[in-house]
Design a protein around this ligand. Structure first.
Ligand code: NDP
Ligand code: HSE
Length: 409
């Protein structure tokens, strides 16, 4: 029998325990032995049946040699990092859904697990219930990956879908996503794009085998988008999505997270609600897509339990590829040319239109109240920012309301 502990009994942790109990027969069969939860660790109190497993003292788990696998679902970097390191150093495999922890310390924790001949597994850290870490670790391991593009955040995709299809109000949609357990404890991680950015850093680090610091990935979220952006996306024949993209060209890795208008039947344009999708291009395999629920109690629990089964089956064998702690520089994605939409607040529409007339190829000029929207085609970030700056300086009122890239024909 394998005895496990679950750290954090919130959305994910409770999903893991409930799903383990509900599907005990099948899970035990797949693990070739019974898996039983011995401890639940949390700051909070819970009634029956969790009260019998509950501890508030992490040492109960650290010093229990019968516990060989630990699920970490508390979230945040500390104290999760200290606890996970301690568990691994004591020969306990760890399965986590905590992308903040993996993006920041994944390389070090993978190395520690490898040195201890155990496992640090994190399938649920990217894409919720979508299997993506395993394919990168095994099926795609032989390939040279050249692109990773994805909708990597369930909360923002849920909000954008509701805004697009139901005219939803941003804050009400965010509130609904929080109630459904999709959002982070601090939802600015979702809406400002940091959660997608950390997930992209994990995927790229695994793909290239080196540490990509998420802090170096240019990141813009969706908090500035309004129904106007939805309307412009519609008029431009596209759909608004928060896209995390990395292009890998030998040693050159370009990455960004940004709102994008996807046009012309782009496959990611059809990914709605809490669903996520990850598109990967490799030199050998060509294109592959992974699709599924990107957040929520049971989809995420299913990914964590898959890790628990692997950890139990490989108690004394390291199965993960690791990425080294050697840092790999990220190049600004803005160096690549693309069409871009900008909304600028104006107090002198005539003047701003005159300035726009001096800019080559500007299209889709819309005046609406005290703002103007324009598409600046085929621009790299520097050129685009120069144009935005000159527009804002001559007829603008100092507000750049939103910036959105446009992809597809
Ligand atoms: P929750 O906030 O729902 O659950 C976390 C639980 O851990 C809470 O009960 C919390 O108690 C407890 N906890 C936090 N810190 C400590 C501590 N220091 N000591 C003891 N208990 C602690 O979070 P989620 O379940 O939503 O998320 C957990 C992790 O999984 C996060 O890293 C998240 O990003 C990730 N994740 C979440 C998904 C989702 O859909 N929700 C999907 C994929 C990954 P208290 O509330 O009192 O602080
Ligand atoms: N807050 C995250 C999301 C949870 O909405 O995608 C899953 O990682």
């Amino acid at each position: 029998m394998a005895e496990i502990a679950v750290l954090g009994y919130g959305t994910v942790g409770s999903g893991v325990v409930e799903a383990l109990w509900a599907n005990q027969y099948n899970i035990d069969r797949k693990a070739s032995q019974p898996i039983r939860v011995k401890y639940v660790f949390d700051v909070r109190e819970f009634g029956a049946p969790i009260d019998k497993l509950l501890t508030h003292n992490i040492d109960d788990i650290i010093y229990d040699n019968d516990v060989r696998v630990v699920v970490e679902a508390m979230g945040g970097v500390e104290p999760a990092y200290a606890y996970v390191k301690e568990m691994l150093s004591r020969g306990k495999s760890v399965c986590t859904s905590n992308k903040e922890l993996v993006a920041k310390h994944g390389a070090e924790l993978l190395t520690l697990a490898r040195d201890m001949n155990i496992n640090f597994l994190f399938e649920a850290s990217v894409g919720g219930g979508i299997p993506i870490i395993r394919p990168l670790n095994s099926s795609l391991a032989a390939d040279e990956i050249t692109e990773i593009s994805g909708i990597l955040n369930g909360t923002t995709n849920y909000i954008l879908t509701k805004m697009t299809k139901e005219n939803g109000d941003f804050n009400e949609c965010l509130q609904a996503a929080r109630q459904m357990g999709y959002a982070e404890r601090d939802p600015s991680a979702d809406i400002e794009g940091f959660d997608s950015c950390r997930k992209l850093a994990i995927l790229v680090s695994l793909a290239i085998g080196k540490q990509v610091d998420f802090e170096n990935i240019g990141t813009e979220g969706i908090s500035r988008l309004t129904q106007r952006d939805v309307a412009y996306a519609n008029e431009l024949g596209g759909t608004l999505k928060l896209l995390a993209t990395a292009k890998i060209d030998g040693p050159g890795v370009y990455a960004r997270v940004s709102p994008v208008i996807l046009r012309g039947g782009h496959p990611l344009a059809f990914v709605n609600d809490v669903y996520n999708a990850i598109y990967i291009k490799g030199k050998i395999i060509g294109e592959v897509m992974f699709y599924g629920r990107g957040a929520g109690k049971f989809p995420t629990a299913s990914a964590v339990i898959a890790d628990v089964v692997d950890a139990v089956k490989n108690l004394n064998r390291n199965i993960m590829h690791f990425w080294s702690t050697e840092k790999h520089e990220i190049l600004p994605y803005g160096a690549l040319k693309t069409d871009r939409l900008v909304r600028i607040g104006t107090n002198d529409a005539g003047k701003i239109c005159q300035t726009l007339n001096t800019v080559d190829n500007v299209t889709f000029i819309k005046l609406f109240g005290d703002e103007i929207a324009a598409v600046i085609p085929d621009a790299a970030n520097d050129a685009y920012e120069r144009i935005v700056h000159s527009l804002a300086a001559t007829g603008g009122d100092g507000r750049v309301i939103s910036r959105t890239a446009i992809e597809g024909e």
